[in-house]
Design a protein around this ligand. Sequence first.
Ligand SMILES: Nc1ncnc2c1ncn2[C@@H]1O[C@H](COP(=O)(O)OP(=O)(O)OP(=O)(O)O)[C@@H](O)[C@H]1O
Ligand SMILES: [Mg+2]
Length: 284
Amino acid sequence: MSAALPAARPGSDDAPKAAAGAGATGSAAGQHGVGAPPVIEVDGLRTRFGAQLIHDGVQFRIRRGELVALIGGSGSGKTVLLRELIGLQRPTAGSVRLLGTDVWSADEAALRALRRRFGMMFQDGALFSSLDVAANVATPLREHTDLPAPMVDALVGLRISLAGLPPDAARKLPSVLSGGMRKRAAIARALALEPELLFLDEPTSGLDPVTARSLDGLLRFLCDDLGITVLVVTHDLDTVAGIADRVIALGGGRVLADGTLDAVRAVDDPWIRDWFAGAPLRKG
Ligand SMILES: Nc1ncnc2c1ncn2[C@@H]1O[C@H](COP(=O)(O)OP(=O)(O)OP(=O)(O)O)[C@@H](O)[C@H]1O
Ligand SMILES: [Mg+2]
């Protein structure tokens, strides 16, 4: 564990330029992760709940350094897939490898080591309502490290700042935060252990466009400047068009399309056509 993550607040006045401009320009599609090893490997994933087949052979790879948007209709199984990726819900069949570890056959020690290396922001934030922001962000540090309290406090302050929250947010309960601040607090907690992989479930849902684009800038910054591989589930066309290196579309239990924004939007599928209707074209 190190305190290497920087303290600047993307989206705020002291944000690095790379973060501030990221949402506007996006990235060179397809450049990120080229030649890098896969850090997320999903093969033949099937998920059945009773008679309902949610995933029927989902398969994809994500390379280190990529920022990938996972899209799909409501109920297509995006959240379930994330839960299966991080070891919270066992798929009916298939395999998931994160950072080379097979999530569903690894022993507890390997899983515990793996859990230190990824962060997750849940769809509803899933903050502990009785704990203030600082205590929420400290939870993974307390669970996974034996750092002394002053060090934990210092790291918590860094993560809160990194997520773009003002210092006084630390002592606030989730219930008094705005929607955008709550999302940032959840991201700060996901960043607590300085993860290599970051999973986010609809980080911009319910936010005004300015706040949403600022969060997009934060994700691009985390990927570009800190080298974190990001998989973001989103319904937000602007997030996909603005920051994603690659898009994976789920539908009918499978990967409908997987590629750059332009490649995916060109796929001849009714859901993809409807979803992309009105999406801005990527420049350059
Ligand atoms: N534990 C469970 N038991 C039974 N059914 C479940 C369970 N978890 C999820 N489902 C069902 O699986 C389907 C996919 O759910 P999921 O939450 O992954 O959808 P989603 O793609 O994330 O949708 P949204 O975009 O609305 O968040 C839904 O029909 C849901 O009701
Ligand atoms: Mg969901």
